[in-house]
Design a protein around this ligand. Structure first.
Ligand code: HEC
Length: 321
């Protein structure tokens, strides 16, 4: 019996050594995996997370979705990759807390809440799905997303002058974040700061600006956040087409992106048989209106008839003279 226990202990310790040395998978204790994210992914929090990611993680992990991390072994994986995204929030948090190999630990250097903000940012990329900037094309392109179930919706467009705009709608706190980027001289996409951008609702005759008196200007990260006002009239199912656009089209050309968002108030189409419709049927008109109308008609035609009759009698009078 004793021998059996000893054998098992040996086997177990060997297994442990193999996993530690091999460093193939980075295992996180189950309890830590389940740590819930205590920070709500508001727009402000996500943009804070984005800043922190760019300062602390981007140098190794690269731009999300571009797979351009440093060529280390093991590789710092792209935050948008499945390997990265399939981890729980608690797992990513634990890995930031402990670090391993070339990956430093951020236990002291980043506050806990800020670590959760980075995780929120990383998750927001996945949910939006379309936040990746569009490649610059010679013609302005307008993309639109109509899936109203997701937390964020976004669309991007780019124009010949190398500016690209992306619009993301956050249904949760009804804000729109507009991200503007431009191609640098080295051909890299960099945030375009200090550019005036507007948010509009598409209307039959022109676009209605909804950003209020203060014109939004992109910050150092190329981001401008605009609160979407409540109670905008939408179509019959409450959909609105929101447009983000660079205001100074003389300088930058037409740069805009459109997203269909389910923010509007439902606007019913007026039924043709509706009582209050201008063309409502006569049987729905009140009696006093009908009486007034028909008496006016009778008086008018009666007067005309009388005039004609008098003119005719005038000719008869001429003959008798
Ligand atoms: C100095 C380079 C470097 C920096 C900076 C860095 N990482 Fe890493 N990261 C790595 C490397 C290398 C690995 C792979 C480590 C391993 O598997 O042993 C890694 C792995 C990870 C993993 C695990 C991925 C997986 O597949 O299991 C996560 C999560 C992670 N990093 C998050 C972050 C976050 C968040 C930041 C910023 C706060 C950051 N890293 C900053 C180099 C870096």
């Amino acid at each position: 019996m004793k021998i059996l226990i000893r054998y098992f202990a040996l086997a177990a310790s060997m297994l442990l050594m193999v996993t530690v040395q091999g460093q193939s998978t980075w295992t996180v204790p189950d309890a830590k995996k389940k740590t819930p994210n205590p920070v709500k992914p508001t727009t402000e929090n996500i943009s804070l997370g984005k800043n922190l990611y760019n300062q602390n993680c981007k140098s190794c992990h690269g731009d999300p979705g571009k797979n351009n991390g440093l060529p280390l072994t093991p590789k710092p994986v792209d935050p948008l990759s499945d390997q990265y995204q399939k981890q729980t929030d608690g797992e990513i948090f634990y890995k930031m807390q402990t670090g391993r190999g070339a990956m430093p630990n951020f236990k002291e250097t980043i506050k806990d809440n800020d670590k959760w903000a980075i995780i929120n940012y990383i998750r927001s990329l996945k949910k939006g799905g379309k936040t990746a900037e569009a490649e610059a094309t010679s013609e302005p392109a307008v993309a639109s997303a109509t899936n109203t179930d997701t937390l964020t919706q976004s669309a991007s467009s780019a124009s010949g002058n190398k500016m690209a705009i992306s619009l993301t709608i956050h249904t949760e706190d009804s804000t729109a974040s507009i991200y503007l980027s431009e191609l640098s001289s080295e051909g890299k996409r960099i945030p375009a700061a200090g550019v005036e951008v507007g948010l509009y609702v598409k209307r039959t005759f022109g676009n209605l600006p909804i950003f209020g008196d203060d014109i939004p200007v992109t910050d150092a990260n190329g981001v401008a956040i605009v609160k979407i006002p409540q109670g905008l009239p939408g179509d019959t199912i409450g959909n609105l087409n929101l447009i983000a656009a660079v205001i100074n089209t003389d300088q930058f050309g037409k740069v805009e992106a459109t997203v269909a968002a389910s923010f509007g108030v439902k606007t019913p189409i007026v039924d043709l048989t509706e009582e209050t419709a201008l063309w409502g049927r006569s049987k729905k008109a009140p009696a006093y209106l009908l009486i007034t109308y028909f008496s006016a008609i009778i008086i008018a035609f009666g007067t005309m008839g009388y005039v004609v009759k008098e003119v005719a009698s005038l000719r008869k009078y001429k003959k008798t003279v």
